[in-house]
Design a binder for this molecule. Structure first.
Ligand code: ADP
Ligand code: MG
Length: 263
């Protein structure tokens, strides 16, 4: 029987009941190989709408590969990945649908160097969403204001600092109105003085309720905004917890070792 019929029959409401529509991402027994190399092993991960998850772990543990699987920049071989109710398969239409919902920000900004900041932001809305140019530009300016660089709109990426470029990359993603944002070490290529300006934008997004998966070693950010911190090692999710217990009382030796090296 479903929960609804149980309740109709007088059964008490289950305490932790969640509707399946509250699930943003559901990864089940997912495995991936690069050739013979087993890079992701039995990954199980459910992300609820509005959840903010920080993923950490040593270099080479599979963090990037895992989040790249979520918008099919990488393909998994076993198990399932369901994003916003759509299962990722070879179906190109579904892949497009998911990519429209999921924004991604990379370590190395990946802006188009020959386009202005404004053009970087309007390209996908105009060509993918078929949005009129004027509307796309209005939306782009709105998000460039939000990341506090509207005055840079006519410049080219090479004329901006790393921190400014990363904020453009975030604004560009937001122009597509994503439901989920994936961040892969967005501050690790930045000079220290620019890290905060990017983290501030991410904190703002978190406060507005964006569903976020962030690979980052910025543990201050994790403490401030994460609902959950996930530790990966050798292709597995080794441990996950709320930030406070995760940092103060890690359970596994590998987590303790990792934290002792970065904190
Ligand atoms: P992380 O982001 O945690 O540093 P990655 O997901 O980038 O880890 O990589 C996990 C492992 O997979 C590493 O051992 C890496 O060398 C390997 N790897 C990553 N991309 C490829 C690829 N395209 N082909 C083969 N091996 C890869
Ligand atoms: Mg990586």
């Amino acid at each position: 029987t479903t929960a609804a019929t149980e309740r109709a029959a007088g059964a008490p409401r289950k305490k932790m009941e969640v509707s399946s529509t509250d699930v943003a991402i559901e990864i089940t027994k997912m495995n991936k190989w690069y050739g013979d190399f087993h890079v992701l092993k039995d990954i199980d991960l459910r992300v609820m709408r509005g959840e903010r998850i920080v993923i950490c772990g040593p270099s080479g543990s599979g963090k990037s590969t895992m989040i790249r699987c979520i918008n099919r920049l990488e393909e998994h071989q076993q198990g399932s990945i369901v994003v916003d109710g759509i299962e990722l398969t070879d179906d190109l239409k579904k892949i497009d649908e998911i990519r429209r919902e999921v924004g991604m920000v990379f370590q190395h900004f990946n802006l188009f160097p020959h386009l202005t900041i404004l053009e970087n932001c309007t390209l996908a809305p105009i060509w993918v969403r078929k949005m009129p140019r004027k509307e796309a530009e209005d939306i782009a300016m709105h998000y460039l204001e939000r990341v506090k660089i509207p005055e840079q709109a006519k410049k080219y990426p090479g004329q901006l600092s790393g921190g400014q470029q990363q904020r453009v990359a975030i604004a560009r993603s937001l122009c597509m109105n994503p439901k989920i944002m994936l961040f892969d070490e967005p501050t690790s290529a930045l000079d220290p003085e620019m890290i905060k300006e990017v983290l501030d934008v991410m904190v703002g997004l978190a406060e507005e309720g964006m569903t976020m998966l962030c690979v980052t070693h910025e543990m201050g950010f994790a403490r401030q905004v994460a609902n959950r911190v996930i530790f990966m090692d050798q292709g597995q999710i080794v441990e996950q917890n709320e930030p406070e217990p995760f940092f103060s009382n890690p359970q596994h030796e590998r987590t303790k070792l990792f934290l002792s090296q970065i904190l």
